[in-house]
Design a protein around this ligand. Structure first.
Ligand code: TXA
Ligand code: MG
Length: 297
């Protein structure tokens, strides 16, 4: 189906992807159409190893080799200058391409058997919550996809870290569970991408309103919940009374793995608000804090 230009949703270790042959511009168009994603937002291309990555990038600096050796397959996307075989549609006209090797065996098998790199954004509609189960994908895209590969709930639970190696020093474009500290300890100092100013370089993962449930989400510091309406409270430490209460794991990895599934579930309960206890402001929680801030808008 990938070779025939169709859309196939598949699990990765982070979130489910909505995949198409990255070398087929018309197939890639179908991704944008299905997601309702603006054409100015570049897609991540998934490959099955370093050799395939090198077929789509035109530079492979020593930093890329170090990071790939350490973190691939895994939740790190590297942005590098692209080769001309990558259609402009994939990169939203940018001269660079985001590439990663996912670690989920189904994703790797799909890419290897298709024999082509697979462009895939997260399998959710634009600005909505990413899908971490096949059921989440089915609810958003029952018609538009030819097939959904069900690999169970994803392990990491939030989207990959995106790092640009196309600039010097390298720039962190989106935090993820591969941390800034992990990256800097391998390749030295990294800049941190600010909020985008719009335009063609806008990163959808950096839009201030993104990764959002439909229900209003608010971050809470002191356990004081909205006085009116029916709501849910998601917490780690500070308990409070609400219509629905969800205690989350204290470990950030375990928290991240559960977060979107909890939000998807609460989003279907017709609540007036979802309050989330603000996570600790430490490096280990940086990616989670980032997603929650964006979800709160
Ligand atoms: O974990 C993930 O990364 C998931 C799974 C499916 O791999 N994918 C994902 O894709 O989250 P998406 O499209 O929702 O987010 C892609 C991010 C965006 O922030 C996008 O702007 C950035 O990667 N990106 C992709 N190519 C880029 C490029 N050439 N330059 C700058 N940013 C880029
Ligand atoms: Mg996304």
């Amino acid at each position: 189906m990938i070779r025939a230009g169709k859309l196939v949703a598949f699990p990765t270790e982070t979130v489910y992807g909505l995949g198409a042959n990255a070398l087929d511009s018309e197939a890639v168009d179908r991704i944008y159409l299905a997601k309702g994603r603006p054409p100015s937002s570049p897609l991540i291309v998934h490959v099955d190893g370093i050799p395939m990555a090198k077929t789509i990038v035109s530079e492979w600096p020593p930093e890329a080799q170090k990071l790939a050796d350490r973190f691939w397959p895994g939740a790190l996307t590297l942005v590098l200058p692209k080769q001309s075989i990558v259609p402009d549609r994939v990169t939203a006209g940018l001269p660079t391409v985001g590439v990663r090797v996912p670690s989920h065996p189904l994703a790797l098998a799909l890419i290897s058997k298709a024999g082509v790199p697979i462009a895939a954004p997260s399998a959710n509609r634009f600005t909505e919550l990413s899908a971490t189960t096949a059921e989440h994908v089915r609810r958003s895209f029952s018609r538009q996809v030819a097939m959904i590969l069900d690999g169970g709930p994803t392990q990491v639970g939030i989207e990959s870290t995106v790092l640009s190696l196309a600039v010097s020093p390298p720039l962190l474009l989106r935090p993820g569970m591969v941390s800034l500290h992990d990256i800097e300890s391998l390749i030295g100092p990294v800049g941190i991408g600010g909020t985008p100013q719009g335009g063609s370089h806008a990163s959808p993962g950096l839009h201030s309103k993104h990764y959002s449930p439909k229900t209003r989400l608010i971050l809470i510091d002191d356990g004081v919940l909205p006085a009116s309406g029916r709501g849910a409270y998601i917490f780690v430490a500070l308990q409070a009374q609400a219509e629905r209460v969800v205690r989350m794991p204290e470990d950030p990895m375990a928290y991240a793995a559960k977060l979107y599934a909890v939000l998807h579930d609460l989003d279907r309960q017709e609540l007036d608000w979802i309050a989330v206890e603000r996570p600790p402001q430490t490096a280990a929680w940086a990616a989670i804090s980032d997603r929650l801030r964006r979800a709160a808008g």
